[in-house]
Design a protein around this ligand. Sequence first.
Ligand SMILES: [Zn+2]
Length: 699
Amino acid sequence: MFLAADSPTRSAVACLTLFAAASCLTPGTAAQETKEHGSGPAQASELRVFDPSLIDKSVDPCENFYQFSCKGWFKRNPLPPDQVRYGRFTQLYELNRLHLKQILEAAASAQPDSRSPNEQKIGDYYASCMDTATINKLGLKPLQPELDRIAAMKSTGDLPVVLARLHEIGVGAFFGVGSNQDFADATQVISFYSAGGLGLPERDYYTRTDAKSVEQRKQYVDHVRKMFVLAGDPDAEAAKDAETVLAIETRLAKASLTVTEQRDPQNLNHPTDIAAFEKDLSHFTLGEYVNVIHAPAAGKMNDMEPKFFAEFNAILAGTPIDQIKTYLRWHLIHAYAGTSLPEVFDKENWNFYSHILNGAEQQQERWKRCAGHIDFELMDALGQAYVAKYFPPEEKQSALNMTVAIEQAMDKDIDGLEWMSAETKARAKEKLHTVMNKIGYPDKWRDYSKLEIVRGDALGNQERAREFEFARDLAKIGKPVDKGEWQISPPTVDAYYDPQQNNINFPAGILQPPFFSDKEDAAANYGDMGSTIGHELTHGFDDEGRQFDKDGNLKDWWTKEDEQKFKDRAQCMVKQYDAIEAVPGVHLNGKLTLGENLADLGGLWLAWLAWLDKAEAAHLDMSAKMDGYTPDQRFWIAYAQQWCTQTRPEQLRTQAQTNEHAPDEYRTNSVLQDLPEFAKSFKCGKDAKMVSAKPCRVW
Ligand SMILES: [Zn+2]
């Protein structure tokens, strides 16, 4: 996803996986392509949190615990041709998507006058998105007003108004704007201006010089060329224009922060006011721009990447208007190529982003992609129907109970940290006690009554839905913060921590088997869902989250000494993950993945402590085997089995280079290597591969 409105509001949120929600992802990863297993998705009744049939006993658990726990699953679940990665998260997401399909098909086929306003919207959006005959017949016509606006530009002086319109409808040209809480004062919502404008996944794709990266850039230019040809340009012109796009994007990329630099909120915190920002942008009349999008024309704002905006200004000063128009036209077509334009665009778009960059061999079925758009663009309208049908209230209560148990475990654990001073401990606890737990779905649903969805107008629907969301986001500026708002939809199989709101969020979508089940024992549930809750909670105290105080302000609450101790301990993990070669020639980035790795290790540790307390209170017989394993062994196996995933090498490469999550194999083995308690459960010797000689530990 390359929505202009995305980056500012999403920058700080830390998610559990790279898999499910567009809002949780680094742009350009696998979100677009999550598909069903060839033989059909699993039924809910088949999915178990602890599943002994997935274990391969021929593998020594002390040598490779991931293979031991998951090899049976791998054998049963070969990677389908339309998948770039397929794991247990995908399995559940596919099941959820089938449920969405049923809701959408019913809404699409119901009698018009029998539908609720939301049913009309999701039903007609779905029917229009599925109607390829109409979409193919219309061609580029629905985009013509926007194309004409670009074509009519006489000089860069016309850019502010044209770009404003493009941003309103979700076109990610040049930069992004949105609302976010002020880093210095989390009670205030202000404008955030962010770097953007790239068609490749992130800035380093434009700068790396290895053979593979050079080839990918050539393939990208070829993709842009083909899209221009499909839009009706003569061959020679399209080839030249594609080079223009690469040249402009390369300049933007070089002035942008790397994905690793973006993880440090200090690098993104440059408070200024709109008048000063406008003055610096000497070749862009900001007043005209904000006037169109109805954003504030004065007041506080954050210029997230000043170096980027200086380069944007320089590009406007020295680039012929025809080249700017070419660049805008590309981003416009690109933003709608998915399902709203004729299938030839859709195919070419898939070919570059999913096949070339991520290795998919087959495009996912259209209904899934349409359901995905609605899940993202009409989040609460569809989510409300989903929750009513598929999320029993009891689930919410038992997830909440477990969350409280994990928080109590963290409280006790902080007491016992031998490296932290009493002063910092008190602050940490203060922050912990302020964390807000959000389970399942929002208490207040978004109101879509002003959004018009028209049957037969696929592109117009997408345009208006994006425009609606863009305006909704900007309208938050200057208003009180709504901490009840969610960043991901209820059916999403993911979770996140929001450091500026200090809350943890677990949507209904993940609170079911194979991650959570009241039919299974506590060992399995704590190993799996418990570790997820612990993961999100630990994000509040990882290298990024620890820089925010209990109220969500970017404010240091650590003593200097404790800060240094934290950094030294974190460095152990940076080294541990830097050493891992994900695909030949590409190592994991220990700094980029640090926050997630800290959350994985800390989260599993908290789940373990909480479960031990629970087991003790219940006088659980720790030697009593079930399905052949003791309770503690079941805890670790359930943890590992949530990560059973097959991944294509192309996708693995993209993930290692762009994503803050380590591949699932290391989220299992590397984490467990740092926990001597695991080794004890399986009686692993000190020389075993699953035992680290110098385990890392922060929380
Ligand atoms: Zn995370």
